[in-house]
Design a protein around this ligand. Structure first.
Ligand code: NAG
Ligand code: NAG
Length: 217
């Protein structure tokens, strides 16, 4: 009887997950190709100048996307440090909702780590510098330069390196809350940087609520 109940519960949970997986697309606002073109245009206009690239991208997004459809955070001074998968950098959250996020992530120092195992598709548009990746059994490194995009399909994992100074426009789509434990776990197991944790949660929650109020999940 107990096993029957557990089995029924598993079937039920599986059904809910597969339905959620099928319907998530309807809330997507951003398009990977559009963001890639925008990142390329920004790199072309301001090569190697992250301080000019970021306002270029944000003003494009605030012009092209109606504030009635999607909430964009225009404050590009709002950076938080982030440790995940052994890598460290900082991020500026441009958009955060339940099915998508768009951030600038990077560091002028370089860093290296595990991409994390995610339930979302990830598009890493390099703005400045290079990102390197290792995807065994392929033993040659992958090199992504400014203007290129590194697409990490969901469920796929690699070792990556932000080689020396590197910044990227990162777009993820899928059920984002499932990614948060990877992004935040290091606070509890390693950095104990609760001040950064507080700001990360505060900004993420604020942007999610701004989107939910527009009906954008
Ligand atoms: C925004 O970027 C896209 C892609 O590069 C471009 O087609 C569009 O004209 C830009 N819009 C503005 C207002 O700059
Ligand atoms: C932008 O973010 C910075 C850093 O968090 C903050 O000091 C500043 O007040 C913010 N500006 C606005 C207009 O909200």
């Amino acid at each position: 009887m107990k096993w029957m109940k557990r089995l029924l519960f598993l079937v039920f949970a599986y059904s809910v997950c597969s339905i959620l997986d099928r319907v998530k697309d309807r809330w997507y606002v951003f398009k990977p190709d559009y963001l890639h073109e925008l990142a390329q245009a920004a790199v072309h206009e301001h090569p190697n100048d992250i301080n000019a690239i970021i306002p270029y991208i944000v003003s494009n997004l605030t012009t092209e996307y109606s504030p009635r459809v999607v909430a964009i955070n225009p404050n590009s001074s709002e950076w938080v440090l982030n440790n995940a998968g052994g890598a460290m950098g900082a991020m500026y959250i441009i958009h955060a909702s339940i099915t998508e996020y768009l951030i600038i992530f990077g560091t002028p120092l370089g860093t290296e780590g595990h991409t994390g195992m995610h339930t979302a598709d990830d598009y890493f548009n390099i703005l400045v510098g290079e990102q390197w990746a290792f995807d065994p059994p392929k033993l040659e490194m992958e090199v992504y330069k400014a203007g290129s995009v590194h697409h990490l399909p969901r469920g796929h994992v690699k070792q990556y390196k932000m080689h020396e100074g590197c910044f990227a426009l990162e777009y993820a789509r899928g059920w984002i809350p499932l990614m948060l434990p990877f992004g935040l776990a290091d606070v509890f197991s390693s950095t104990l940087d609760y001040w950064t944790f507080y700001h990360t949660v505060r900004i993420t929650a604020r942007e999610n609520i701004r989107n939910l109020l527009l009906g954008k999940i």
